[in-house]
Design a protein around this ligand. Structure first.
Ligand SMILES: Cc1cc2nc3c(=O)[nH]c(=O)nc-3n(C[C@H](O)[C@H](O)[C@H](O)COP(=O)(O)O)c2cc1C
Length: 388
C-alpha cells in the first residue's frame, strides 16, 4: 500500500491535527449527578491525547437537555471550569479536543434529571425503546411538545453553549445531530408533527438545525470550528424517517451550503454504542459515497473501523478522518498500537457506563504502564467514586 494517510497530519476547523485518527464521542457516565465533569476526566482524555482529534462524550446544553445519569453539562460557570481542566490537560500533551453538544429531547427520564424535569420533544410522540435510569430500565416516556418560544430558546442554548465551549479551550464543537436525539427528532416526520415554522414539510423540519447553525455562527464568529454528527439510516433510540435518503440529502445540502467545519458520519452498520446492528444495515446504501457527491468539506467516518479499513477508506478518498470508538476505551495509546501493528486490548462492556476509575483510566499502554499524570488528588475523589 502507498504511504500511510492515517498517521499523516491534517487540518480541520483551522486546527492542525497530528494524524487522522479521531477518538469518537463516548458517554462514560462518570460526571456528578448534577452534571459536573468527573474527577478522572482530565486523566482519561489526556491518556488518549495522541489521537489527532478527541471528540468528547456528549455534553448537555441545559438542564432540560440532560436525560442520562451522571452525564456532564456545560451550562454553568462551574461546569465550564471543569472542562477547562480537561482541555488544558489535552493541550499539554499536544492533543486537540472538540466538545460534542447534545440535547436528548424525548430520550429522557425524569429519574435521570437533576432538576426532576419532564421529557420534551418536537411533538408529543414517545419513542419506542427503553432507557437506563438509577431505578433500572424504563420505557421512554411520552414527552411534552415544546412551544415555539421554547424551541427558539433551545436554539439559543445550543449557540451559547458552543461559544462557552470555545471559551473553555475546546478547539472545536460538534453538534450531536445523530442517534435519535433532539436535533434528529426535529428532522423526523415521525417524531416531528408540528405545524409551526419547525415542522409540516421537509424544509420546515430542517429549520431547527438551520437556526442552530446561524445562531452558532453569530456567537462563534462563523462555522469554521463547528461540526455536525449525523447517523443516516440509523434507527437508534426509536428514530424513524419515512424517507431516510431524502433526510440525509437535505441535511447534507444544508451543511454544505452553510459551510461547516466538518461533517461526522456514523455509517449505518453500527448502531448507537455498538451493542446491536442498525435495522437497515445491509439494505442501506453507501452513505459516504452519496455524501461525497454533494459535500466537499471535511468528512469524518465512524463505525466499526480497524486500522486496515481506515487506511483503505482514506486512500479511497471516502473520508478525510476516521473515528474510532470502542477501541479507544481499552487502548489509550491506540494510535501508537495501530502504527506499530501491535495487538489491541479488548474493551469490557460491563464498565462502559459505571462510575469510578475502573474500566476508565486503568487500561495500560503497550508497555503495561497506566499514565497517572493528570490523576486527581485523593481529596478530590469521593469514596464512592474511588471504589466504584
Ligand atoms: C460507551 C459508548 C458511548 C457512546 N456515546 C456516544 C455519545 O455520547 N455520542 C455519540 O455521538 N456517539 C456515542 N457512541 C457511539 C460512538 O461514537 C461510535 O459511533 C460507535 O461506538 C461506533 O464506533 P466503533 O465501532 O469504533 O466503536 C458511544 C459508543 C460507546 C461504545
Amino acid at each position: 500500500m502507498s504511504e500511510s494517510l492515517l498517521f499523516s497530519p491534517f487540518t480541520v476547523a483551522g486546527v492542525e491535527l497530528a494524524n487522522r485518527v479521531v477518538m469518537a464521542p463516548m458517554t462514560r457516565s462518570r460526571a456528578s449527578w448534577e452534571g459536573d465533569v468527573g474527577p478522572f476526566a482530565a486523566q482519561y482524555y489526556a491518556q488518549r491525547a495522541s489521537a489527532g482529534l478527541i471528540v468528547t462524550e456528549a455534553i448537555g446544553i441545559s438542564p432540560q437537555a440532560h436525560g442520562y445519569p451522571y452525564t456532564p453539562g456545560l451550562w454553568s460557570a462551574g461546569q465550564s471550569r471543569g472542562w477547562e481542566r480537561v482541555t488544558r490537560a489535552v493541550h499539554e500533551r499536544g492533543g486537540r479536543i472538540a466538545a460534542q453538544l447534545w440535547h436528548v429531547g424525548r430520550v429522557f427520564s425524569r429519574d435521570n434529571n437533576p432538576l426532576d424535569l419532564d421529557a420534551v420533544a418536537p411533538s408529543a410522540v414517545a419513542a419506542a425503546g427503553k432507557i437506563f435510569t438509577r431505578a433500572g430500565l424504563q420505557d421512554l416516556p411520552p414527552p411534552r411538545e415544546l412551544t415555539t418560544g421554547e424551541v427558539r430558546a433551545t436554539v439559543e442554548d445550543f449557540a451559547a453553549t458552543a461559544a462557552r465551549a470555545l471559551d473553555a479551550g475546546f478547539d472545536a464543537v460538534e453538534l450531536h445531530g445523530a442517534n435519535g436525539y433532539l436535533i434528529e427528532q426535529f428532522l423526523s416526520d415521525d417524531a416531528n408533527r408540528r405545524s409551526d415554522t419547525y415542522g409540516g414539510s421537509e424544509r420546515k423540519r430542517l429549520t431547527f438545525l438551520a437556526e442552530i447553525l446561524d445562531a452558532a455562527a453569530d456567537r462563534c464568529g462563523g462555522l469554521d470550528r463547528i461540526g455536525v454528527r449525523i447517523s443516516p439510516y440509523g434507527d437508534f433510540n426509536g428514530i424513524r424517517h419515512s424517507d431516510p435518503d431524502r433526510v440525509m440529502r437535505d441535511v447534507v445540502a444544508l451543511l454544505a451550503e452553510r459551510g461547516i467545519g466538518f461533517l461526522h458520519v456514523i455509517e449505518p452498520e453500527v448502531s448507537g454504542d455498538g451493542s446491536r446492528k442498525t435495522g437497515s444495515a445491509g439494505s442501506a446504501p453507501d452513505v459516504l459515497a452519496i455524501i461525497r457527491e454533494s459535500y466537499s468539506g471535511v468528512l469524518i467516518a465512524a463505525g466499526g473501523y480497524d486500522r486496515d479499513r481506515a487506511e483503505a477508506a482514506l486512500q479511497g478518498k471516502r473520508a478525510d478522518l476516521i473515528a474510532f470508538g470502542r477501541p479507544f476505551i481499552s487502548n489509550p495509546d491506540l494510535v501508537a498500537r495501530m502504527r506499530e501493528g501491535a495487538p489491541l486490548s479488548e474493551w469490557d462492556r460491563r464498565t462502559f457506563y459505571t462510575r469510578g476509575p475502573a474500566g476508565y483510566v486503568d487500561y495500560p499502554d503497550l508497555e503495561g504502564a497506566v499514565d497517572q499524570t493528570h490523576a486527581p488528588p485523593p481529596s478530590q475523589v469521593s469514596s464512592k467514586e474511588a471504589t466504584a
